[in-house]
Design a binder for this molecule. Sequence first.
Ligand code: HEM
Length: 532
Amino acid sequence: MTEDRKERQRDMYRAPDPAEGPLTTDQGVAVDHTDDSLTVGERGPTLMEDFHFREKLTHFDHERIPERVVHARGAGAYGYFEPYESCAEFTRAAFLQDPSVRTPVFVRFSTVQGPRGSADTVRDVRGFATKFYTSEGNYDLVGNNMPVFFIQDGIKFPDFVHALKPEPQNDIPTGASAHDTLWDFVSLQPETMHMMMWLMSDRAIPRSYRMMQGFGVHTFRFVDAQGRGTFVKFHWKPKLGVHSLVWDEAQECQGRDPDFNRRDLWEAIEAGQYPEYELGVQLIPEEDEFNFDVDLLDATKIIPEEQVPVRPIGHMVLNRNPDNFFAETEQVAFHTANVVPGIDFTNDPLLQARNFSYLDTQLIRLGGPNFSQLPVNQPVTPARTNQRDGYHQSMIHKGTNYSPNSLGGGCPALAGADGYAFSHYAERVEGHKIRKRSESFKDFYSQAALFWNSMSDWERRHIVDAFRFELGKVGAVHVRERTVEQLARVDYDLASQVAQGIGVALPEPGANNHKPQASPALSLDNLQGDGS
Ligand code: HEM
């Protein structure tokens, strides 16, 4: 398959060429006048029978749909993915088998916190979501530009996002993450500490979407043709290297050009300078699951690359801008549960929550159960289901629609046991029903310290400045103090520099101060330039 297959599909949905005929109503009736409504005399009331006027206004009145509850602001592009060689040793996913096969993709980059009209260059996590239109159906890798997340269990996601978003009484502030509720939450929920270190680093103000890494974050599972599983962590690496703005530049960009990152992506693609990213995987045999200091199911932890190197498996090129922002970038619907044979989940409790949340939110955001029929969401393989009706149904199904079925006509046959169909990984699980975080999730500080220790001097200065700036905006003194106490558990020197900058007392040095070994693989220094 080539990327043209998605293009041919898009062609079928393009609106009629405006140059080929007159303006019409929604019903296709030609219109010769669209500047004045139908009135009684020149200065009289508008007539109800003016169907063109009513249709035009009604449609306009309904143009807005809800924005995404998070990641509302984004930019998208089409392109293709090519594997370097067959990955059959680990996965039977068809799009990872043959280097001569290009799989079409759509990628959406986003900020997380701000609304749809906010500025690009705020301090924030960036989304990096990829839809692969594979020959076996859609696979979505819904990642971020940081390899860990704030929380370990998805049941905390609404609390976290409520704390991250503007305060409920006045919807202030938007933009940067500087307000009392966020710091109140994170200082009370120390599993956030590792991600907060990333958020205060220059990774949170990327120079360009073309110069940004992407991470699947969770541990997923590859499954081979024999049904054998291998744990996998996904990494995107930009060919242009990883580059960030500095804080002053980021702030200036917000004022001068709030679309700085979106414009950069659009213009680079228009100019033929196609962004390119290498896909790498960290592979962990199932039998090594418990051979790490951290739990593979804990999304607040990385697996250091010194322990499990990243193996490059393919590359992605983004070479086409969308034709219509709303139709494509706004209406695209990514979902972690959109997987294909050969890729499966783990019991990471954050991933399990996501597997519920995306479809649920899209049912309201995109107005009902048929949004997978929208051109940007349609697989390039035929979708034959027994699902029927609902708002915005645009398929004309024939026949019955249930199974088992002896009357024929409607219900498609089930796939045979030839390895083509998706079958869930047959993991053995047992246990009591409990609400209790695993003890193996409870080291909140070691990797935050690892991150700090891996930074160069200038990166550390930027991190301290960011903590001082953001915490300096927090009004509640006890929240500032508690955050500094948490930082002291990460690194006493970091906490002391931050405390000085925001005028709070430092806790006594104690046994809680962590000083693990540095991990040079994390530093921006190692990623600048050639992206190696
Ligand atoms: C978007 C939920 C964690 C990456 C969204 C949306 C929801 C959501 C409701 C809006 C989707 C839409 O309207 O189409 C959650 C929940 C999480 C979680 C419940 C934790 C339990 C994460 C994590 C990552 C992530 C860990 C990264 C690995 C994204 C991205 C988008 C997104 C990239 C934007 C997709 C797009 O461009 O349309 N999330 N999320 N989320 N989320 Fe999450």
